[in-house]
Design a binder for this molecule. Sequence first.
Ligand code: ZN
Length: 146
Amino acid sequence: DKIVKKGKTMKFHTKYLWVHTKNIHDYINITRDVEQALYESGINDGMILVSAMHITAGIYVNDAESGLIQDIEKWLEDVAPFNINYKHHQTGETNGDAHLKSLVIGHEIIVPVTDGRLDFGTWQQIYYAEFDGQRDKRILIKVMGE
Ligand code: ZN
């Protein structure tokens, strides 16, 4: 493909969201926060990196439909169950399953931006998944483009 240089300058806008969940496990729809960061950036065409700044949380894109979070929670518990016998717990921690759940979900996503909007399919929403909550955590949103 031919690359056309338009003579514009790439811009970056970085924003941090703080979360402090009431529960140890929680799932928060952050789509509106990401849209707000995009709006603040003034960027029309590019992409957005959304990253959980923790090794016991994740970011994913999926539907906001009823029942799905309960299904995801059950599936994660099957794949990466809470278990007191993890080797990681020899450090004195008890969150071995949270590290594994984070690896299953993944810690970051990229969202395409076209015409100043998240270029999503009809049902795509952005979620922060917490697996070791009840304390302050941060999410990075970095909007890149022109
Ligand atoms: Zn740990």
